[in-house]
Ligand binder design. Structure first.
Ligand SMILES: [Zn+2]
Length: 223
């Protein structure tokens, strides 16, 4: 009773806002307003990038999802990150198609320069949360953030076509000597053409990894 009263008081003093559009929420225990909640859609039509066996994306990169990812990536907004990651358990069964037991989860590494500027890595945070969720569901996986590295800084890719991106990324990733795994699951946040994932997968293939799948947080159909 006391806790309930305290929570109600907290909500009056510090009202909760929608993690995507910032509208005031009527209740303290929801993360998104109804409109944004309805707008969050799983990505069912995600096309598998080159060099990868199976791929899936949690969301379509649009509307409320796009707003929350921007808040998370560019403003380190904890509420937006929390609201996005809170959707993962409901998607786990679908994501499992790309994540076999005992797979090795590897986040796509950021540009060191961008990591320095930002001070945190949303891809790492997403991969780590997914790894913890799998563990809670008795699905053992390995998590390695020391395997894949960028060998050079690559220019922004937003305005480039798929082929230009592949050329831009050629040889940009290095796999640590001696790394082995039966199955690697690459993780990235927003995927457009899949060129980054395809380039990482090629580096892993060249290092002898036979099975590679890919999980993205969000997929944008923009080319
Ligand atoms: Zn909203």
């Amino acid at each position: 009773m006391f806790i309930e009263t305290l929570n109600a008081l907290k909500h009056v003093l510090w009202p909760t806002r929608c993690a995507a559009c910032d509208v005031l929420l009527p209740e303290p225990d929801v993360l998104l307003c109804e409109d944004c909640s309805d707008a969050v859609q799983p990505a069912a039509d995600f096309v598998c990038p080159d060099n990868i066996e199976r791929a899936c994306a949690v969301f379509r990169y649009e509307g409320a999802v796009q707003q929350m990812i921007a808040k998370w990536k560019y403003h380190e907004d904890y509420g937006a990150r929390h609201a996005l990651l809170a959707c993962l358990p409901a998607q786990l069964e679908r994501l499992r198609e790309c994540i076999p037991q005992n797979a090795c989860i590897i986040p796509v590494p950021p540009h060191p320069k961008r990591l320095r500027e930002r001070g945190f890595d949303p891809v790492w945070q997403f991969a780590n949360e997914l790894h913890k969720l799998l563990k809670r569901n008795d699905i053992p996986t390995d998590f390695r953030d020391d395997v894949l590295s960028r060998t050079r800084h690559t220019p922004h890719q937003a305005s480039l076509s798929h082929d230009e991106r592949m050329h831009n990324l050629d040889g940009a990733f290095h796999v640590a000597d001696g790394f082995t795994a039966d199955h690697v699951v690459l993780i990235d946040d927003v995927v457009t053409t899949g060129a980054t994932a395809a380039t990482c997968a090629l580096a892993l293939k060249n290092a002898g990894i036979r099975h590679i799948s890919f999980v993205a947080l969000a997929y944008t159909a923009k080319s």
